[in-house]
Design a protein around this ligand. Structure first.
Ligand code: ASP
Length: 438
């Protein structure tokens, strides 16, 4: 039986009630040997996250404003969890040490990391697992960059000596001087992925408060279905197009090791969640994996008779964009037309300049500019193997009265991107969802 690593996010470890759920999950699955935990997150909508409170302590001190009241909130929360769970890890003494360190000018990273540290201590005792401090196994260089190979080795060697362990997420230490260093916010996901890689886990479970990713934005599509299975590659396409999924950094260690990530819901452990797999998988009854899109693009379409026969046209066009230090999002072409799609943020008010330059250098017959374009990506490994997918997509848009201004299909055939006017964005997403999912 393979090993599983389970990471529990802030809301999954926010108080004793949540930590009991965590224990039920862990004790129901013997293969979960290593657990990575966040600091206590929000218990209700306008609650505070412990990490935010810790940062707040530091800012107060920097501005010479009393911080004790904020620290007291953190103190009370941890004391209550320890008492409630009936464990004794002497959190009181730990909190005393932290308070003293804060007063003696401890660094912001050290202070911010203490939420994970204390939570891991309590949860390890409650589960009867060993506590392994992240600073022993996660190392950064003097510039604050993660030392990937050393970290991987340390995780692998250290955890071999622990049958089961709880590890605090979010931080490690600088090899040079042993100073605590945190990842960016939300960084416990990275710790989880690193641990999964280090121990060669069969699956990396990421427990949160949703039952996985949804096939479309729920603000646009009513009750979209969850994505059951999706590959890293498809997920990347979706997140690039604006779907809010795990941060790239948070998945890279698991991805390079080919470890699947399973997003699960601590409050609904019966739901299978979303499985992110290393390989593309085609499913009989699932053509698309998801739909995502973004607004705020500009298309510059250049028309010129016999453009296809003109040498160096693409190079000159791309050169104009490059000279303005911009990137091209897409480059759809026709026989006598070529368009560039540029993100409005990148364009940054330089549209007229670029159009003038195109007129001057490319001598086109005409140029058309569409400023408020939205791009929508329909993503799915299942699309390539199936005939008629694009016909279905375009028909659905036509029937919904949406004018398609641009089409781009990657050569992987894993996604089809359409450009529509911004006013049609929501209608288009609904229509595509209906055509493929409902
Ligand atoms: N507690 C940290 C944060 O709030 C890290 C994490 O939860 O992943 O950003």
């Amino acid at each position: 039986m393979g090993i599983k690593v389970a990471k529990f996010g802030g809301s999954s470890v926010a108080d004793a009630i949540q930590i009991r759920k965590l224990r039920d999950i862990v004790s129901a699955d013997e293969s979960i040997k290593y657990v990575v935990v966040s600091a206590p997150g929000k218990r209700y909508a306008d609650d505070s996250k412990v990490t935010d409170l810790l940062y707040l302590c530091k800012t107060h001190i920097e501005h010479k404003i009393p911080y004790e009241q904020i620290f007291q909130v953190i103190y009370d929360r941890f004391m209550a969890v320890e008492a409630d769970l009936g464990v004794d890890v002497n959190i009181k003494a730990e909190l005393g040490t932290i308070k003293r360190d804060i007063e003696e000018g401890a660094s912001v990273d050290y202070i911010a990391s203490r939420g994970e540290y204390l939570n891991a201590k309590i949860i390890a005792a409650y589960l009867g697992f060993d506590f392994v401090d992240a600073k022993e196994i996660i190392k950064f260089n003097e510039k604050g960059k993660l030392m990937e190979d050393l970290t991987n080795d340390l995780i692998s060697k250290t955890l071999q000596n622990h049958k089961s362990a709880v590890i605090p997420g979010f931080y490690g230490e600088k090899l040079e001087d042993g100073a605590i260093k945190t990842f960016s916010r939300g960084g416990s996901d990275i710790t989880g992925a690193l641990v999964a890689r280090g121990v060669g886990a069969e699956v990396y479970e990421n427990w949160t408060d949703v039952s996985g990713f949804l096939m479309a934005d729920p603000r646009i599509v009513n009750n979209p279905k969850p994505i059951e299975k999706i590959s890293y590659m498809e997920l990347r396409e979706l997140s690039y197009m604006g779907a809010s999924v795990l941060h790239e950094d948070a998945i890279f260690p698991a991805k390079v090791a080919g470890i699947p990530i399973n997003i699960r819901n601590t409050n609904r452990p019966q739901d299978p969640g979303t499985m992110i797999t290393a390989d593309l998988e085609v499913h009989e009854n699932q053509i698309i994996s998801g739909i995502a899109g973004r607004k705020n693009f500009t298309v510059i379409a250049i028309y010129k008779n016999h453009l296809a026969n003109e040498k160096g046209f693409i190079r000159r066009l791309a050169g104009i964009i490059e000279d303005h230090d911009m990137t091209i999002e897409h480059l759809p072409t026709g026989i006598d037309t070529m368009s560039v799609v540029i993100d409005n943020k990148v364009l940054n008010g330089k549209l007229d300049e670029i159009v003038e330059e195109c007129k001057y250098q490319l001598k086109p017959d005409s140029i058309e500019v569409v400023e408020d374009m939205a791009l929508i990506a329909t993503v799915g490994a299942g699309m390539s193997a199936r005939k008629g997918t694009s016909a279905r997509l375009f028909t659905s848009l036509a029937e919904a009265g949406v004018n398609i201004r641009m089409i781009d299909q990657g050569s992987s055939e894993m996604n089809i991107i359409v450009g529509v006017e911004e006013k049609d964005f929501e209608t288009a997403i609904k229509a595509i969802y209906k055509a493929f999912v409902e």
